[in-house]
Design a protein around this ligand. Structure first.
Ligand code: 13P
Ligand code: SF4
Length: 329
């Protein structure tokens, strides 16, 4: 393999303008026995070329069962880490290592360790949007698809810490009647949605249903007809008799919604400050088709996880996958 510059976190190499990037990605996938796993928040072209598109639970489930030699995770860094932890002997690539997550960043492993010491007797439930190092301090991992059922699987009197998303944690407390201690973290994209803007949209589209991800603030969730993970919102949009939807989550999900429901209208909920595209996750959008092409070509950059951390982090991840399988999720 020739030396390439990845000092910026992605392969910084020119691409000949004659190259048909789409055709080449398809060819290299076959040649290298690689699969592309993409999250619903990726740009449409990446979703279209991926072998599998899903929410964070589905991406982890796919990584766990996939028999390819190379996994290219088109999502954010914690998704790449989860895939690497589940497949330590596979090459796990991500088009841009800088694709982080503000929510994951809101909880540092050392802070969580200190918090645990201040709260003896508590079990820690971590949202999958966390670093491997945080998962290593965790008893159970959840995603937004399975959080409710997994929290309910703990005895009612179990003392629980839930982190890092205060909005998801607060929502789960409200629907389960639990009183989990919440980490004070949030996603900068989902916190941007504005009640006023959604109310204005509802005046324009009075019959529209509001779909919201549980990472949104409780004031937004209170307006929603359906609260759920990206996969749950997509499923609801497909099955609902309604023809119009206001969607309060990252706008990448609209690609699958429109593709699956060609006769329905999907309106992305605007952020409070409509002068910016804050309903796009700047981290998710760091992955591009050009970076994906270079990633497959040079098999870089690789996602790595410290072995000791991985050995601890896999325990709560596998617990989550086992419970999800039993629940049919
Ligand atoms: P999902 O688990 O619903 O795919 O959400 C992942 C995420 O990062 C939401 O911001
Ligand atoms: Fe993280 Fe928010 Fe981006 Fe999801 S949308 S990856 S929670 S920053």
């Amino acid at each position: 393999m020739i030396a390439v510059d990845i000092s910026r976190g992605y392969v910084d190499a020119p691409i000949d303008e004659k190259v048909d990037i789409v055709a080449e990605i398809k060819r290299m996938k076959e040649e290298k026995n690689a699969v592309i796993l993409a999250h619903y928040y990726q740009e449409s072209a990446i979703q279209e070329i991926a072998d599998f598109v899903g929410d964070s639970l589905a991406l982890a489930q796919w990584a766990a069962k996939c028999d390819a030699d190379i996994l290219v995770v088109c999502g954010v860094h914690f998704m790449g880490e989860t895939a690497k932890i589940l497949c330590p002997y596979k090459k796990v690539l991500i088009p841009d290592l800088n694709a982080g997550c503000s929510l994951a960043d809101s909880c540092k492993a050392e802070d969580l360790a200190a918090f645990k010491l201040q709260h003896p007797g508590y079990k820690v439930i971590s949202y999958v949007n966390t670093s491997a190092a945080v998962k290593a301090h965790t008893d159970m991992v959840v995603t937004s698809t399975n959080a409710r059922q997994i929290v309910e699987s703990f005895p009612a009197d179990e003392k629980l810490i839930f982190g890092p998303d205060r909005n998801l944690g607060g929502y789960i407390n409200s629907i389960t009647g639990r009183n989990m201690l919440l980490w004070n973290g949030a996603c900068h994209v989902h916190e941007q949605f504005s009640v006023e803007k959604i109310v204005e949209l509802k005046k324009q589209y009075p019959d529209a249903e509001v779909l919201a991800h549980p990472e949104c603030k409780s004031t937004i969730l209170a307006l929603a007809d359906k609260v759920g993970s990206t996969a749950a919102l997509l499923k609801h949009a497909i099955n609902s008799d309604c023809k119009q939807f206001i969607v309060a989550t990252e706008s990448g999900i609209l690609h699958e919604m429109r593709k699956n429901c060609t006769e329905k209208t999907f309106i992305p909920a605007p952020p409070a400050d409509s002068t910016c595209a804050c309903n796009e996750c700047n981290y998710m959008r760091m992955n591009t088709m050009r970076k994906l092409y270079n990633t497959l070509k040079y098999e870089l950059p690789e996602v790595t996880v410290d072995k000791e951390i991985a050995a601890k982090a896999i325990v709560p991840i596998e617990r989550m996958l086992d419970i999800s399988a039993k629940l049919g999720l």
